[in-house]
Design a protein around this ligand. Structure first.
Ligand code: CMC
Length: 434
């Protein structure tokens, strides 16, 4: 096959350079600029990585124009309708769906890691009770590096795989305990007989004094939310994990960095921000149009939370699944009914925005975070736990990318360059001359 190249010509010097074009199995081709600096002494400039592919990856593919999302080639719709979160974890980590034996063996491995080192309990009490649970998550997950020394062999593939299993297993326990601690409730140990979502709901809501049975409608809803949030290729938090991991740091520190990155309202923190916005709209008694106008006003920092996406220029396929789920939950559950006013506002907001030239011309659609918060509220999960839920689901994505990256011989320490705009060299003046 003929090598595909592009020629770059400097119109100042007239010098040209040929750069290779790289062809992935799906998605846009990329110009290989790795030799550019060596050959021309110039960098590329791309703040926010608008046009930059940072790695090769086999894990997740998304086509923002078509609104398509696939994990290892399987559509998110099929996985959400027919699959389980455990199968999704296996798929993301191993590349294939498990057969029954592989599934049983994997589940067995996961459930036997759900407990936390008993001393980690004491780590929680160092936090203020009113700490945001995401702050607790960043701390506790980072602190795992102080407890599980035997999982530090980052160049050993088997050890990396075991760390992945350990993290998927422990994340619901860590997440639920951050809620229990904040609310002065006793920590509930995992119950390995339960499914992944049921076990999480058990650790969140059961009391030592009463029997607890998770509502199967809520368990299924949580399963779908976990699947739809499991991975999203090179988003900010996954790129953070890869960047931190590229320095060969231990995986717990890398995942803790990913959790920190997810927390921001432009990323996973949007699920909390959406519901706060919907509540603000409801309590203001102002029409939805007022908030749509405010979001368009460039003199204000206000944005429609849960709207817009760097890659999707069409409806986010995860939002379609979650919106449907939200309707289902609200129609089926008497408890959830009390949040119908928020769903009504969300739907009104969506319909007004999708008719508005500002949102249409910029291709701004609801994203994964627009409807998920109403489901969380219906489950009894408090606002400040929403991004923790996202982190719990995304852990498998982060760790699969870290595992892939550590096994990739093209991985180098991630070290971007800059265009310096500061002062040029000058002499140090004594204090009395400044
Ligand atoms: N409300 C109002 N205007 C918006 C919005 C919004 N939610 N999102 C983008 N725009 C405008 C933006 O002002 C800009 O306008 P102009 O061209 O006139 O300057 C244009 O649309 C392009 O936006 P951008 O900020 O350059 O796009 P980006 O790709 O850098 O940012 C985003 C993507 C998701 C950060 C942004 O759309 C946003 O802030 N959305 C609200 C927060 C949110 O819902 N985040 C969750 C993202 S999906 C889940 C996840 O990643 O975890």
């Amino acid at each position: 096959m003929t090598k595909h190249t592009v020629t770059l010509t400097d119109n100042k010097t007239g010098e040209s350079i040929e750069l290779d074009v790289l062809h992935p199995t799906q998605g846009p081709n990329a110009i290989d600029v790795t030799q550019l600096y060596k050959k021309t002494g110039m960098f590329t400039y791309d703040p926010g990585f608008m046009s930059t592919a940072s790695c090769w990856s086999d894990i997740t593919y998304l086509d923002g124009g078509k609104g398509l999302l696939e994990y290892r080639g399987y559509s998110i719709q099929q996985l959400a309708e027919q699959g389980s979160f455990m199968e999704t974890c296996y798929l993301l980590l191993n590349g294939e769906l498990p057969n029954q034996t592989e599934f049983d063996e994997f589940t067995h491995r996961v459930v036997h890691h759900t407990m936390l080192h008993e001393q980690i309990k004491r780590f929680y009490s160092g936090f203020r009770r009113d700490a945001h649970p995401m702050a607790t998550m960043v701390g506790v997950v980072g602190a795992l590096s102080a407890f599980y020394h035997e999982y530090m062999e980052i160049h050993d593939e088997k050890n990396r795989y075991e760390t992945a299993v350990l993290l998927i297993a422990k994340m619901p326990t860590i997440a639920a305990w951050s809620y229990r601690y904040a609310n002065g409730l006793p920590f509930v140990y995992p119950d390995n007989k339960l499914s992944y979502p049921d076990n999480f709901l058990h650790m969140m809501f059961s009391l030592p004094s009463e029997e607890y049975l998770a509502d199967p409608r809520m368990s299924r809803a949580l399963e779908v939310i976990l699947i739809t949030h499991a991975d999203h290729e090179q988003n900010a938090s996954t790129s953070t994990v890869r960047l931190a991991g590229s320095s060969e740091v231990n995986p717990f520190a890398a995942i803790s960095a990913g959790i920190a990155s997810l927390w921001g309202p432009a990323h996973g923190g949007a699920n909390e921000a959406v519901v706060r916005m919907l509540m603000e709209i409801r309590d203001s008694e102002k029409p939805v149009q007022h908030f749509v106008d405010k979001a368009k006003d460039k003199t204000q920092s206000f944005r429609l939370m849960g709207f817009g996406h760097r890659v999707y220029k069409n409806y986010d396929p995860r939002a379609t699944i979650i919106k449907e789920l939200c309707h289902k939950i609200l129609n089926e559950s008497e408890v959830a009914e009390e949040h119908r006013d928020l769903l009504d506002i969300a739907m009104k907001l969506e319909s007004v925005a999708l008719e508005d030239e500002y949102f249409v011309s910029r291709k701004l659609y609801p994203n994964v975070d627009f409807y998920s918060g109403i489901i969380f509220l219906s489950m009894g999960i408090p606002l400040n736990m929403f991004t923790v839920m996202f982190a719990m689901a995304r852990t498998i994505g982060w760790i699969s990318h870290w595992h892939e990256m550590m096994g990739d011989d093209k991985t180098r320490i991630a070290r971007p360059r800059q265009l310096y705009t500061g002062e040029t060299s000058r002499d140090y003046p004594p204090m009395d001359k400044r």
